[in-house]
Structures are given as C-alpha cells and as structure tokens.
Design a protein around this ligand. Structure first.
Ligand code: FES
Length: 115
C-alpha cells in the first residue's frame, strides 16, 4: 500500500443529526473502524457515519486519496466501504443493522474469509 500524508478523520462523539422534529427508528449500535457508534434503524450506513463528523469513507485504489459521499443515490460508487468483511458495498445504499461491522475501505479493499 502506498504511504500517503492524508489524514482520515476518526470517529468523534459529535452527533450532527437534526435533533428536533424527526421520527427515528430504534437506536442501534454499529462498529466503524473498531469504534462503536450510535445509529438508528432506517438510516443508511453513510448517514450514520456522516452524523459523527467523519467524512472519508474510503481511499482511492491508486493514490490512496480520501473519498466520501458524492451522489448519495447509488450511482458514483465513491462511498464504497467494507461491510461485514465484504468490500465495495455502497454506504449510501445500505441500511444499518445492529452489530454491523464497517471499515473505511483502503483502495480496492480485501475480502476477509473466516477459516
Ligand atoms: S455516494 Fe455515490 S454511490 Fe454512494
């Protein structure tokens, strides 16, 4: 993997969701880059992560530059992440599920197969 000087934002304890006048699903927990974050049923993975302030969801495959949400409608594939050990899943098109394990994807990502 190419070494870069790009900094990937870490998960913070901030919550950038609209706080009033929104009916949300049940609060659940997802794991993002090894850290537990709050999410709500009905949210996309991208929405839950962006609500923490994290903006980078992956790095590019050649220069390892950070990329985040772009189209938010499933067309551009700029938001792909590794979700439950499966790379190249569009975060903007995937609903959160309690206990989901999500990783910022590095380049093309890797399949992780349990023995
Ligand atoms: S942001 Fe374009 S496919 Fe997800």
């Amino acid at each position: 993997m190419k070494d870069t000087n790009h900094t990937i934002k870490t998960i913070s304890s901030n919550d950038y969701r609209i706080q009033e006048g929104i009916a949300r699903g049940t609060e659940i927990e997802i794991i993002v880059d090894g850290k537990s974050i709050k999410a709500y049923e009905g949210e996309s993975v991208a929405a839950s992560i962006l609500a923490t302030g994290k903006r980078s969801l992956r790095t590019t495959s050649k220069s390892y530059e950070p990329r985040g949400l772009y189209c938010a409608i499933g067309i551009c594939f700029d938001c792909v992440m590794t979700i439950d050990n499966i790379p190249n899943i569009r975060a903007c098109q995937t609903f959160v599920r309690n206990g989901m394990i999500i990783e910022t994807q590095q380049g093309e990502g890797k399949w992780r197969v349990e023995p």
